[in-house]
Design a protein around this ligand. Sequence first.
Ligand SMILES: [Zn+2]
Length: 216
Amino acid sequence: MARYVFLGPPGAGKGTMAEMMGAAFGVRQISTGDILRAEMKAGTELGRQARQYIDNGQLVPDETVTAIVTARLADPAIAAGGFILDGFPRTVRQAELLDAALERHGLTLDRVVLFEVERELLLTRLTARRVCKACGAVFNTLFNRPRAEGVCDACGGPLIQRTDDSRSTAVERLAVYERQTAPVADYYRRRGLLTALSGAGHKDENFARLRQGLGL
Ligand SMILES: [Zn+2]
């Protein structure tokens, strides 16, 4: 019943590592993005609050995000079976609120893993997606290349890079991470909970390193 936080910049592969941990050990992956979307879809009170901010182009406040995530932690099955928080906490304030919530539930974190990848590789990963303009098929210049560059395997349509996957968007995402989330790693380092691992390799290699780092 291990309880982990996975931290790292966008493109570091923490979501993939959390999925692999789930598959190998049955630990529940708690992805903030997924939970927020689920709450909004279900129309819960917290989901409605979150949607108001998003619809107004604002960030969902730390208190609301933390309330949504920690409501999941109160679930006895999740508390008992262990979990990985992926993409949360994103700010030091969220980390403090999480600590308080865990304490209320009588829970503690076992380990916080920081996945480190150098900037150019992150930018390469974050800009690798290509989408077919005609049929929407998704390709990736690193892992799932089309047979002919720029051409959809399925329909022959042109492959484009979405604005979300552009270099300028990736640079901005990394800047937001450095500003908001990098201090969260220091927060946990000071508490002696942080394990920093390289996320630079292939996912199987990274997963082996993760298991070793966690003593699993
Ligand atoms: Zn296509």
